[in-house]
Design a protein around this ligand. Structure first.
Ligand SMILES: *[C@@H]1O[C@H](CO)[C@@H](O)[C@H](O)[C@H]1NC(C)=O
Ligand SMILES: *[C@@H]1O[C@H](CO)[C@@H](O)[C@H](O)[C@H]1NC(C)=O
Length: 408
């Protein structure tokens, strides 16, 4: 029996209200977590469905880029302190949640790592099902790269953190970003080539190895009009093309923007789902505490909202990173920190994924894996207004120590 989508929309808004009450209580506990220092909005470019995404910035002490932006721009090239960046994706099954839910985490990262935390208000299902969240995450990364200078951000020192569905995005966003940067580099190169052609008035034939989109400068690949064919089936190898274009005699003059302009050094993923090819029943069966499951009411809502249409290929790399090819996974950041929860139905798939990334015969990533004992999924977001969740200082602290090392 398929239920009409409007019921999902109703359920989602109902649970969003409940969750915001829960998070309100969570934020009451002392020490009270910070509010965002400032926000920025961007127009999306990756998703075929245009929209806006808000970025919530949490800036550590001493950061003042937001205070007098006009003065700052006029200031000459004095040596400025650049801040490392941790881009954060909140949890809520791609359906619920808000970027301020992770304010406590942001507080730890600011004080222990000295990084600017950018929590992303990616669009949610059921209105925006897969892969909009991932596409919006990629847009956030690209926007930050473009605005790094004015915001004193060091894009050579970036990391991604995320909780639950946001933990999934710790992997899927870099995977999709890799593809987008590739197209972007190629489109910039094509633009540079055509400029040189005009200057020289000469045509020299060159065989492009990549089928480049013809747009210019800041736009990435043309928004896919049919996600089924473009984003959902990422090309593992860009299709070779025999199209010819022109190039100047002196290729050293050509500025090629490397796909590595943005350096994501590591990710910190809290209790991430990484393999949607498994049914919830199969996932539940792996769990050691059946009384601690996320209720089916929620998981059904999440899955019906985000995994749409139901015929969606669940092995898609941007949904189930654990099913991505080795070639794709090799492009993930070198440093991977995973903080699982012992009573979570996602532990087993996460451990398998960890072994693929790191273990003997794995991809050789530096993986730090912790499984927090005796806690359920989303344990750190307890709606207790009277005290901070026990264990938070320890596990957030350890994760921050790793982030500090990674971003040094
Ligand atoms: C974003 O889109 C809105 C409406 O489409 C437009 O008014 C605004 O200028 C755009 N902003 C940027 C920065 O492109
Ligand atoms: C997208 O492309 C696929 C495969 O070419 C096709 O089956 C499907 O009908 C297309 N969907 C839309 C919305 O155009």
């Amino acid at each position: 029996m398929t239920r009409p989508r409007w019921i999902l929309h109703l359920q989602a808004s109902f649970f969003r209200s409940l969750m915001s009450i829960g998070m309100f209580l969570h934020r009451r506990a002392s020490p009270s977590p910070p509010s965002p220092t400032f926000t920025r909005s961007l127009n999306t470019t990756v998703s075929p469905h245009p929209g806006r995404v808000k970025l919530h910035f949490y800036a550590p002490k001493g950061y003042d880029a937001h205070i007098k932006p006009h003065q700052r721009r006029r200031r000459s090239v004095v040596k400025r302190h650049l801040y490392p960046v941790v881009v954060n994706f909140h949890g809520g099954g791609f359906t619920l949640g808000h970027p301020t839910d992770d304010a406590r985490w942001a507080a730890y990262v600011m004080s222990r790592v000295g990084a600017v935390v950018v929590s992303v208000d990616y669009r949610l299902a059921p209105k925006c099902p897969f892969p909009t969240a991932v596409e919006d995450g990629v847009d956030a990364m690209l926007w930050l790269a473009d605005h790094a200078t004015e915001l004193d951000l060091d894009i050579d020192r970036m990391a991604i953190s995320g909780f639950s569905s946001g933990g999934n995005m710790c992997f899927t966003v870099p995977l999709m970003l890799q593809e987008c940067l590739l197209y972007r580099a190629v489109s910039r190169r094509t633009a540079a080539l055509s400029t040189l052609e005009l200057e020289n008035g000469e045509n020299v034939k060159v065989v492009d190895t990549i089928d480049a989109p013809t747009d210019t400068e800041n736009s990435i690949v043309d928004p896919p009009t049919n996600t089924t064919t473009s984003m959902l089936n990422p090309p593992t190898n860009p299709s070779p093309s025999t199209s010819t274009s022109s190039i100047a005699k002196d290729p050293t003059k050509i500025i090629i923007t490397s796909p590595l302009e943005l350096n994501i050094r590591g990710v910190v993923a809290f209790y991430p789902p990484v393999d949607y090819t498994q049914s919830r029943a199969a996932r539940r069966a792996t769990c050691i505490r059946h009384d601690q499951h996320l209720p089916a009411l929620f998981t059904n809502l999440f899955d019906r909202s985000y995994l749409y249409p139901p015929t969606l290929n669940k092995a898609n790399a941007y949904l189930s990173p654990a099913r991505a090819s080795d070639d794709m996974l090799a492009a993930l950041p070198e440093e991977i920190v995973i903080v699982a929860a012992e009573w979570d139905m996602l532990v087993k798939e996460t451990e398998k994924f960890r072994d693929r990334l790191a273990g003997e015969g794995g991809l050789g990533k530096k993986v730090k894996y912790w499984c927090v004992p005796g806690v359920p999924h989303a344990w750190d977001k307890a709606p207790n207004p009277f005290r901070e969740t026990p264990g938070l200082a320890e596990w957030y602290g350890r994760s921050c120590d790793e982030l500090k090392r990674i971003l040094e």
